[in-house]
Design a protein around this ligand. Structure first.
Ligand code: NAP
Length: 285
């Protein structure tokens, strides 16, 4: 089949938690995909603007997942510049992954909108997959999740739902101009979320709330880079202060169905084996 300019989708963060799923879905639909990451061909690096134009060559739409976080200082300027280049390169359709209740993330949304793009914003809750594909996997495997998250409820969203909405916005008309707040179907405290994972795995896993200062000091002691500690402290003190506890209807508005439930996420993730601990480590648990 001849591929026309209007088909290829650039998926930034295309090897990450949401981008990987977006790329898989587009490929399954028979749509050409270019993964935009430092491992991509051509390479794409947010820190190296010379890599942006080659990645945009011959592209019709872009899924924009910024790294490390859309709310960090400088992110708005960087994604805004990228969006301007996309428009100048003849790429009108952008789908931006953003965060909920974060003024800094909204600045980034505005910067992208100002480019004149046909923009869909996915304002997402905390990903369930942080427990299985990111920094909370180690603690789950260790049987103890220590976090400065108190007992604030969070409507964890499934990355598969984010990817479904992203693909709809990238491939169908009617989503440009929309801001979709993406959450799960109910809010859970971290204690409840960890409890669901424990039930699904049949293992004892506990949640231990700590103060933010204690958490940051321990992270520094474990050699976590200062900027990462700063980012985590920001996320836990601001994003998880209760402002985002309510559920939202973005998944239903975009897809006409309810979001996936956390219990289902915990069950199928447990079945995948990612939370299995090697026998040598697990023998004494
Ligand atoms: N995690 C959440 O709960 C959550 C909730 C709401 C919003 N968000 C937003 O989601 C976005 C992605 O965060 P995430 O934690 O989910 O990450 P992620 O998408 O799981 O993983 C990182 C991805 O970014 C790429 N990457 C890393 N450094 C890069 C660089 N310098 N230039 C280009 N690509 C780079 C990685 O590929 P390479 O290593 O090959 O470059 C990988 O594809 C952030 O903007 C965050 O604000 C996250």
């Amino acid at each position: 089949m001849t591929q026309t300019k209007t088909q290829t989708t650039l998926v930034l963060g295309g090897t990450g938690k949401t981008g990987r799923r977006v790329a898989q879905r587009l490929t399954a639909l028979g749509r050409p995909v270019r993964v935009g990451s430092r491992a991509g061909r051509p390479r794409f690096d947010w820190q190296d603007r010379a890599t942006w134009a080659p990645a945009l060559d011959d592209v019709a739409a872009v899924y924009v997942s910024y790294y490390p976080d859309i709310a960090i200082p400088g992110a708005a300027e960087t994604v805004g510049s990228f969006a301007e280049l996309a428009i100048r390169s003849g790429v009108p359709r952008l789908v931006l992954l953003s965060g909920r209740g974060e003024p800094q993330a909204e600045l980034a949304e505005q910067a992208v909108r100002a480019s004149g793009a046909e923009l869909t914003v996915l304002r997402s809750a905390w990903f369930a997959q942080n427990f299985s594909e990111d920094y909370l996997l180690g603690p789950v495997l260790a049987g103890e999740v220590v976090l400065p998250a108190g007992d604030v409820p969070e409507p964890f969203v499934d990355a598969d739902d984010i990817a479904d909405v992203a693909v709809a916005a990238l491939t169908q008309d009617g989503h440009a101009g929309q801001v979709y707040e993406l959450t799960g179907s109910r809010s859970l405290t971290f204690a409840e979320a960890v409890g669901e994972i424990a039930r699904a795995t049949g293992r004892q896993i506990c949640y231990l709330p700590v103060q933010i200062d204690e958490y940051a000091a321990a992270a520094v002691g474990q050699g976590v880079p200062a900027e990462v500690v700063e980012l985590l402290a920001y996320l836990f003190s601001e994003v998880l202060d209760g402002r985002n506890a309510r559920i939202a209807d973005g998944v239903r508005r975009a897809l006409g169905r309810e979001p996936r439930d956390f219990t289902g996420y915990a069950r199928h993730t447990a079945a995948s084996g990612v939370w299995d601990i090697p026998a040598a480590i697990g023998a004494d648990r």
